[in-house]
Design a protein. Structure first.
Length: 227
């Protein structure tokens, strides 16, 4: 559901894709979203190491209540679908499906890298690196906050950042990239960015909402090995 004219769409945004990235990395927010303005009604941060299967839905409920709304008044649910943590993304996607099925709100999957480009690099070239593990990393390139490739996993030692490109990645990976000289910003995972990006993305049927995993989840790989 996109805003009609100047009438705002009440949007619940869920950003728990990378909960271990900092004290404010996981949170939910409720926004009045119109083509020209974003008004924050309520926002709640989840503890970095909380069990999101226990904490997320109560946080959403508290946030909607703080905004002075009932769930049936939500027009859109926007969820950060990854790449990021397997469990945190799966729980967020499941919660978004449940809310949309129950309320009839539009269901919008927002790739996490798109929201980071929206936050950090609205102009110029940017490279977002997420979900790095051992010797590889998921990377996607943006120009003026719009993706110019689909994103993929590559070896860390093969990562190249063209001159003038902003590198958006965490401090731990940046310290490993001794062969790269580039402007750098640590990603800020923000439910407001998820809400704003959702206005440019077509809703999907809640049953079709899927996480964006950078690689096969470790749990799936181990399960297949045991079989």
């Amino acid at each position: 559901m996109h805003a009609t004219g100047d009438r705002p769409v009440i949007t619940l945004a869920i950003e728990t894709s990378n909960p271990g990235s900092g004290p404010d990395a996981a949170g939910v927010g409720v926004y009045d979203l119109s083509p020209k303005t974003t008004v924050e009604r309520a926002r709640l941060t989840l503890a970095p190491r909380s069990r999101h299967d226990d904490a997320l839905v109560p946080a959403i409920d508290a946030c909607v209540r703080e905004a002075g709304l009932t769930p049936s008044e939500l027009g859109r649910v926007a969820v950060s679908v990854g790449p990021g943590g397997y469990t945190s993304i799966r729980i967020a996607v499941t919660a978004a499906k449940m809310i949309c099925e129950a309320t009839g709100a539009s269901c919008v999957p927002v790739p996490t890298a798109h929201a980071l480009a929206h936050t950090h690099a609205r102009e110029g070239d940017a490279l977002v690196c997420l979900a790095w593990k051992r010797g590889d990393v998921w990377r996607q390139t943006f120009r003026d906050a719009q993706p110019i490739d689909a994103g993929r996993v590559i070896a860390i030692d093969q990562l190249d950042v063209p001159r003038g490109t902003l590198l958006i990645t965490d401090e731990a990976l940046r310290e490993r990239l001794t062969h790269i000289e580039s402007l750098h910003e640590t990603p800020r995972f923000d439910p407001r960015a998820i809400a704003e990006c959702s206005a440019q993305i077509e809703p999907v049927d809640p049953l079709e909402l899927l996480p964006l995993y950078s690689r096969e989840p470790e749990a799936v790989r181990l399960w297949e090995q045991r079989r």
